[in-house]
Write a protein that binds this ligand. Structure first.
Ligand code: G3P
Ligand code: CA
Length: 231
């Protein structure tokens, strides 16, 4: 079962910051999940569309440019990273699961990915774009047919695996509380990977293993790897 660091190693470091990302890279993980929001002029790594919960700023991310956002403290004196910084720090070491939130100008977003692939900063295999907004995924898949897309859902609607298959998704990303064996089997039968979030407790990790889930998102990647190795 693969282990993805959720918002980086966000259990021990401020979520979606450089320290959380670098710490995740130290663990032998299979990928890092981060959230992408649009600022006025750039793509930022931050979960909420509002600054208030995770920074000392206030207002919408979209109301500022990157230079203004760099002045904010995202925890322990860290800055909100840009997508480009994330790609540079990662340097193709692991898979990046970029979850689109309020992410606009998707042609520009696609161009950022293509430019970084052309520059050798990341390989196509190491990019997985997910979203709760399946129209965003449809648009990107059309623009970049090689792109792996992950269909996110908070519950499991009826026939969701079939829907994701028709979307040409690589994976379904599902809240752990809704995962069950029948759904996992259906998704796998359709050639989809099934990834569950957010799985931190040992009993939940064990349950996901029993269901045959392909990967989990966790805030504690190093501890989760250690627990899995001990089993
Ligand atoms: O991508 C999985 C998970 O991160 C989705 O929920 O709210 O943590 O972004 P959220
Ligand atoms: Ca997320």
């Amino acid at each position: 079962m693969k282990v993805f660091a959720h918002r980086g190693a966000s259990g021990d470091y401020p979520e979606n910051t450089k320290s959380a990302i670098l710490e995740a890279l130290k663990a032998d993980i299979d990928g890092i999940e981060v959230d992408v929001q649009s600022a006025l002029d750039d793509y930022m790594i931050i979960h909420d569309s509002w600054l208030d919960r995770t920074t000392n700023g206030t207002g919408k991310v979209r109301a500022f440019n990157a230079q203004a956002l760099f002045k904010l403290d995202a925890g322990n004196g860290e800055k909100i990273p840009t997508l480009q910084q994330l790609l540079d720090w990662n340097n193709n070491k692991t898979l990046l699961n970029l979850e689109l939130k309020h992410t606009f100008e998707l042609e520009k977003f696609a161009a950022v990915l293509e430019n970084n692939i052309a520059a050798g900063n990341i390989s196509k295999d190491n990019v997985l774009v997910s979203s709760f907004d399946h129209h965003q995924l449809q648009f990107l898949k059309k623009a970049l047919p090689w792109l792996k897309i992950g269909a996110l859902t908070s519950s499991i609607p009826l026939h969701y695996a079939k829907f994701a298959q028709e979307l040409n998704a690589f994976s379904v990303h599902v809240d752990k509380s809704f995962v069950n064996k029948a759904f996992a089997d259906d998704a796998k039968k359709r050639g989809l990977k099934i990834y569950a979030y957010t799985v931190d407790k040992e009993q939940d990790i064990t349950l996901m293993l029993e269901y045959g889930v392909d990967g989990i998102f966790t805030n504690y990647p190093a501890q989760t790897k250690a627990y899995l190795a001990s089993k």
